[in-house]
Structures are given as structure tokens and as C-alpha cells.
Design a protein around this ligand. Structure first.
Ligand code: SF4
Length: 273
């Protein structure tokens, strides 16, 4: 007669491979994880990464709606912890009635709060929009200054907001590190850093000069739509075969989008010879 194993001696049931696989948490500003000392890519590889972004989308654009430098500044200020779609929905009417600091101040904090009530942190943001507008009128004649230091002195405007305005409106090659850029810099290891400013500095060093104006947009769009926080969509990735992230999904074939971008680069090379 075979004796039944007592619970104490029975082997624990094997966990399925799937349940044992715990997806590594994507790096975030609060949890950067183990930060690399330097980029995983050579200069030539980094150059090719940006060539691919360029081949795929030669003129990338931001997704916030604005009319002038002032409304761009307001839109970026409102976009903290909110989606661009949500901000556009709220500013559609606001910018029709107030597209200058003078008109915004005349509108008043209560009305601004009412206009933007669908956006997170709307009370603080409405207050900052009015304070910022008053300061623009007082210190800059109602104009948005093309100067980082002056921008950062405005209420509600931090380094990231200043970088976005300098890049999009004034055409400076700045890199605004938001949550997507921070994750991307660390996840794929192109610009590792423990803090947003570390990633900004690494990114500035890594990005080849000829791509520096659009780098910010390419990286944000890539992080927002492809290399997403919870699950990167490697099958739709234009830099799939170049990516050295340990989180990259393994496929037998290079995705079409990457093959197409490579072909564009080859054609451009051939025609410039
Ligand atoms: S291959 Fe995957 S992990 Fe690498 S950049 Fe593309 S989406 Fe991100």
C-alpha cells in the first residue's frame, strides 16, 4: 500500500512559468530603479536612432492647442498631471475669450477656475494663471520672455514648462523631461539619470546636433504611444532592432515600421551621394 505524503513532506506545486514572470516595473521619476552609469549606445547607434525617428516623422508636432506664445505658456502650465486632450478641451473656449495676459487678468480667477474645472488641480492652476499673467504685464510688458531664467520666475512655471515654450515657440533645442522622457531615457538606456535634470543633461549630450530641435517631440510621442509605461508596444517600434532595453519583447522579425524607416534612410543616403 502506498502511503499518502503528509502535507509537510509534499512538494509544493510548481508555479506556472507565466505566473512566475513578474514584469519589471518601468522606471519612473519616483522610482528610477538601478540607473546606468552611461548610455547603452555608441554615437553611431544614437545617431541611427534619431535618423529613424526623423525618417518616420520628419516634422513632429506637440499636441497642445495654442494661438500665440502666451496661450502656449498657459496650456503647458495647465498640462501638469493632465492629458493634452483634456487641456485642449478646456482651453478651446478659454483662449477664445482670453488670449493675452491683459484679457486673462480682466477675466479674473473665479471665471478662469470655472473654465478649467475639468482639469486636475484646477484651483491652484487658475490662481497661477492669474499670478503669472499679472507678472508678465508688470515685468515684461505682457510679452512672454525668450529667456529660461525669466520664464522660471513666473508663478507655476518650472524648468519643464520653460523648456517646452523655448522649444516649441522660440525654436531653442531644449529637452523638456516629462514622465515619458524620463522613463524612456532610463528604460532604453539612451540617457540614464536619477532625476529629470540628470536625464535632461544626458539627453542633451546624447542627441546629435542636427536632431536637437525635434528630439523632445520624437521622444515624448514615442514614450506616449509606443514605449508605454505599463507595456511597451515593441511590435510597432521604429527603433526595435536598435533598442537594447532588457524590457524589449523578442520577435523573429523586425517590425515593418522599422524596416520602412531604414529603407527611407538608405534612399536618402543614396540620393545624397
Ligand atoms: S523596442 Fe520596445 S522597449 Fe525598445 S524602445 Fe521600442 S517599444 Fe521601447
Amino acid at each position: 500500500m502506498t502511503q499518502a505524503k503528509s502535507p509537510a513532506t509534499a512538494k509544493p506545486a510548481k508555479r506556472s512559468v507565466k505566473s512566475a514572470q513578474v514584469r519589471k516595473k518601468a522606471p519612473s521619476v519616483d522610482n528610477p530603479g538601478k540607473v546606468l552609469k552611461r548610455s547603452r549606445y555608441t554615437k553611431a547607434e544614437t545617431y541611427e536612432i534619431f535618423q529613424r525617428f526623423h525618417a518616420d516623422n520628419p516634422e513632429p508636432e506637440g499636441e497642445l492647442d495654442y494661438i500665440n506664445a502666451y496661450t502656449l505658456l498657459v496650456a503647458v502650465l495647465l498640462s501638469a498631471q493632465a492629458t493634452d486632450v483634456g487641456v485642449n478641451r478646456a482651453t478651446k473656449h478659454l483662449f477664445q475669450i482670453a488670449d493675452t495676459p491683459e484679457k486673462m487678468v480682466a477675466l479674473g480667477e473665479d471665471k478662469v477656475r470655472e473654465e478649467i474645472r475639468t482639469i486636475g488641480l484646477f484651483k491652484t492652476k487658475a490662481k497661477n494663471v492669474i499670478l503669472m499673467s499679472e507678472q508678465l504685464i508688470r515685468d515684461h510688458g505682457g510679452e512672454v520672455p525668450e529667456d529660461r531664467e525669466a520664464l522660471e520666475k513666473l508663478p507655476g512655471v518650472g524648468r519643464k514648462t520653460a523648456n517646452v515654450v523655448l522649444n516649441i515657440f522660440f525654436g531653442h533645442p531644449t529637452i523638456a523631461v516629462d514622465t515619458h522622457l524620463f522613463r524612456l531615457g532610463n528604460r532604453i538606456g539612451i540617457a540614464p539619470g536619477k532625476t529629470p535634470i540628470d536625464v535632461e543633461k544626458s539627453m542633451e549630450k546624447a542627441v546629435p546636433k542636427e536632431f536637437s530641435l525635434h528630439a523632445h517631440h520624437w521622444l515624448i510621442l514615442h514614450g506616449r504611444y509606443i514605449c508605454k509605461a505599463r507595456k511597451p508596444e515593441c511590435k510597432r517600434c521604429v527603433i526595435y532592432d536598435l533598442c537594447k532595453s532588457p524590457e524589449k519583447e523578442k520577435f523573429d522579425a523586425v517590425p515593418d515600421i522599422a524596416v520602412r524607416a531604414k529603407a527611407i534612410i538608405e534612399r536618402e543616403k543614396a540620393s545624397s551621394c
